[in-house]
Design a protein around this ligand. Structure first.
Ligand code: GLP
Length: 241
């Protein structure tokens, strides 16, 4: 496990962006999984700027989202799909046919999970997955006690996660109660993982995930077992490391 600690947010965003850029330089048609949340906002901004300056070319890159809220329209501004559209796709030269999403309003939940599992397989797996970490150690929407063997699945969101995501929806009653997410096994099957965390509020859980015991109660602790993972932190999130 490689742990990178950066002095400030700018360097943090830049270090994360460089991981993506180097991958794309080495493999222009890389398959990249995208997280949402507050943490990677700066990363997407830097990637947009670098693409504008032609320092990176996303034209062959394939992307797919890590997770999505359930039971909302795809054009709901709080959706992960809209987040990625506004913060990433509108600023880079990805091709629409190379971008994949989880459906936030599938008729059949189980079929949607199977479709996404199959899609990941058909794409030849994910070269790099961007991850944030929840305050309770969740990865994607894999809340504590999600089985480590889980593939794409539907999951109830904890009260804490819903509260943490009010910013996306405006008020708590609008935050969906369920999500759909790549499972822990889907995450561990990715060739490379990049987990990002910034801010003091993540310091405890980052320490727990990286140094405490590996348990389903702390989903991110599974990262200790992946053979190619880079953790990028700012100084605040790295406080106990
Ligand atoms: C959210 C998302 C995750 C995200 C995590 C951390 O609930 N489902 O994909 O990585 O929680 O979010 P944030 O970066 O806002 O702290």
């Amino acid at each position: 496990m490689k742990i990178v600690v950066k002095d400030d947010r700018q360097q943090f965003d830049h270090a994360a962006a460089l991981e993506i850029v180097h991958l794309i330089h080495a493999k222009p048609h890389a398959v990249i999984g995208l997280a949402t949340g507050n943490t990677p906002k700066g990363l997407y901004k830097v990637l947009g700027e670098m693409c504008k300056k032609k320092e990176v070319d996303f034209s062959e890159v394939i992307t797919l989202n890590l997770d999505e809220y359930l039971g909302i329209d795809p054009d709901n501004p709080g959706s992960c799909r809209c987040y990625l559209q506004e913060r990433f796709y509108d600023h880079v030269n990805t091709k629409q046919e190379n971008t994949y999403y989880l459906n936030s309003h599938p008729h059949d939940y189980e079929k949607e999970c199977k479709r996404y599992d199959q899609l990941i397989e058909d794409l030849g797996g994910i070269d790099l997955l961007i991850l944030g970490i929840g305050h309770n150690g969740h990865l994607g929407f894999n809340e504590p006690s999600t089985p480590f063997g889980s593939t794409v699945h539907v999951c109830p969101l904890t009260d804490r996660t819903r509260t943490a995501n009010i910013w996306s929806f405006g008020s708590k009653d609008k935050v969906p109660t369920e999500g759909i997410t790549m499972g822990i096994k889907s995450i561990m099957n990715c060739k490379k993982l990049m987990m990002l965390a910034n801010g003091e509020a993540k310091a405890d859980i980052v320490h727990k995930a990286l140094y405490d015991k590996i348990t389903e109660k702390t989903p991110a602790s599974i990262l200790q077992l992946h053979n190619d993972v880079v953790i990028i932190l700012d100084e605040d999130a790295a406080r106990f490391i």
